[in-house]
Design a protein around this ligand. Structure first.
Ligand code: MG
Length: 388
C-alpha cells in the first residue's frame, strides 16, 4: 500500500526535494496534502502535478488565486495557519513531513503527533524550541519521529538495532563557507559570501545558520531530544567534505558512522521508507573522488553562535526557544543586509540574557517567550542601526 504523505512547507528546499523523491518512487508514496507559506505559484504547479487531496496556503491573502487556479481539480483548498494545524489530522495521512522554516513548524508538528501521525522531521527548530514537549508526547502516543536532517538521519541509522548502548555522538559539520576564517575577515563578511555553501544546496535561512555555525548549534539541541542524550554526550567535529554524516561511539568504545554523498534526497527517502530501504539510482559515492577525508575541532572563539547554543542547551527551559527566536530575527536582518556577521551573535546573546527564564515551560510559555524574544531582538536591531 502506498504511504500517504503530507508535506508542510512543500515549496521550500526540503519540500521540493521530497516531491522529487515521491515522483521517483510513485509506487511507494502518494501526496495527500501540500502546504506552503507564500509561494502560491509553485504550490499551484505542485498541486496540478501531484494531485493531493488538499492544499493549504498559510497566507490568507493568496487564497483567491489558489482556489481559482485549482477550481477544475478535485483538490480541496484551504488558507491560514489554523487550517494547517487541522489538516495534519486527516485520516488518510500516514506520515507528515515537517519542512516549514523556523518556529512556525511547532504547532502543526505538535498537532500531527497528537493525531498519531509518524513525523519526518526536517524542521529542527521545532525540537530546539520545545523538544521535551514534542518527544514526551510522541512517546505517549507511540509516534515515531524520523529525522530528515542528514546528521540525525546518520545517527538514527547507526542506532538501528542497538539504541541503548550509546556513550556519545559526534555530529559532523562542513564548517560552511567561512571555515578557517578569523574575526577580522568575518566582521566584514557579506550576505553573498555567507550564502555560498561549499557542499549543500539549502534554503537561505539554514545557509546563513551554516555560515555562523548556529545550524550545528541547533542540531546539537535537536540531537539531545531525538536521541535522549545528556549535553556532555554530544560533540561537534568539523569535516569539510560532508561525506561522513555523523558518528556514534558505543559504550565498548566501538564507533559506527554513516556515509554517503551530500544529497538531502537520501535522508528524505530513508525517513519516508523506514523501516525498509528502497532501491534507488541516486549517484553513488566513489572513494577515488575523495582520497582524503579530514577532521578538525570546531572554532568556538570565532563562531560564538555554537558556544551560545551549548549554553542554551545546558540551561534548558525557555532559553533555547529565546535563542532560536532571536536568531531568526537576526538572520532575517543579515539577509536584508541590515546588520553584520557578529551582530547576529550579539543580538542572540543579549536577548538570551534578558528574557525571563521558565524552567518547565508549556506550549503557552514557549509561545510567549518566542514573542518576547522577537520584540526584544527587533528593538536591538533598531538600536544597532542608530549606533551604526
Ligand atoms: Mg544538517
Amino acid at each position: 500500500m502506498k504511504k500517504g504523505i503530507a508535506i508542510l512547507g512543500s515549496t521550500g528546499s526540503i519540500g521540493t526535494q521530497a516531491l522529487e523523491v515521491i515522483a521517483n518512487f510513485g509506487d511507494n508514496f502518494r501526496v495527500e496534502v501540500l502546504t506552503a507559506c507564500n509561494n502560491v505559484q509553485l504550490l499551484i504547479e505542485q498541486a496540478i502535478l501531484f494531485k493531493p487531496n488538499a492544499v493549504v496556503i498559510a497566507n490568507k491573502v493568496k487564497y483567491p488565486e489558489l482556489s481559482e487556479a485549482l477550481k477544475n481539480y478535485p483538490i480541496k483548498v484551504f488558507a491560514g495557519t489554523a487550517a494547517i494545524e487541522q489538516i495534519v489530522q486527516m485520516e488518510t495521512i500516514d506520515l507528515v513531513l515537517a519542512a516549514m522554516v523556523g518556529f512556525s513548524g511547532l504547532v502543526p508538528t505538535l498537532e500531527a503527533v497528537r493525531a498519531g501521525k509518524a513525523i519526518a522531521l526536517a524542521n529542527k527548530e521545532t525540537l530546539v524550541v520545545a523538544g521535551e514537549l514534542i518527544t514526551s508526547l510522541a512517546r505517549e502516543r507511540k509516534v515515531s519521529i524520523l529525522p530528515v536532517d542528514s546528521e540525525h538521519s546518520a545517527i538514527f541509522q547507526c542506532l538501528v538495532g542497538e539504541p541503548d548502548a550509546v556513550e556519545k555522538i559526534y555530529l559532523t559539520a562542513s564548517g560552511g563557507p567561512f571555515r578557517g576564517k578569523q574575526r577580522g575577515y568575518l566582521s566584514k563578511a557579506t550576505r553573498k559570501e555567507a550564502l555560498r555553501h561549499p557542499n549543500w544546496s539549502m534554503g537561505p535561512k539554514i545557509t546563513i545558520d551554516s555560515a555562523t555555525l548556529m545550524n550545528k548549534g541547533l542540531e546539537v539541541i535537536e540531537a539531545r531530544w531525538l536521541f535522549n542524550l545528556h549535553p556532555e554526550q554530544i560533540e561537534v567535529v568539523i569535516h569539510p567534505q560532508s561525506i561522513l554524516h555523523s558518528v556514534v561511539q558505543f559504550m565498548d568504545g566501538s564507533m559506527k558512522a554513516q556515509m554517503g554523498l551530500p544529497d538531502m534526497k537520501l535522508p528524505i527517502l530513508y525517513a519516508f521508507s523506514f523501516p525498509e530501504r528502497i532501491k534507488s539510482d541516486f549517484p553513488r559515492f566513489s572513494f577515488k573522488d575523495y582520497p582524503n577525508l579530514s577532521f578538525e575541532p570546531p572554532d568556538f572563539a570565532n563562531f560564538p553562535n555554537l558556544f551560545l547554543a551549548y549554553q542554551a542547551m545546558k540551561k534548558g527551559g525557555t532559553v533555547p526557544c529565546v535563542m532560536n527566536a532571536s536568531n531568526e530575527i537576526a538572520v532575517d536582518a543579515f539577509l536584508k543586509e541590515r546588520i553584520g556577521f557578529y551582530d547576529i551573535s550579539s543580538i542572540i546573546e543579549r536577548t538570551m540574557e534578558r528574557i525571563p527564564f521558565i524552567e518547565k515551560p508549556g506550549l503557552a510559555d514557549y509561545q510567549f517567550a518566542d514573542k518576547e524574544a522577537r520584540i526584544y531582538a527587533k528593538n536591538l536591531l533598531s538600536s544597532l542601526k542608530d549606533e551604526g
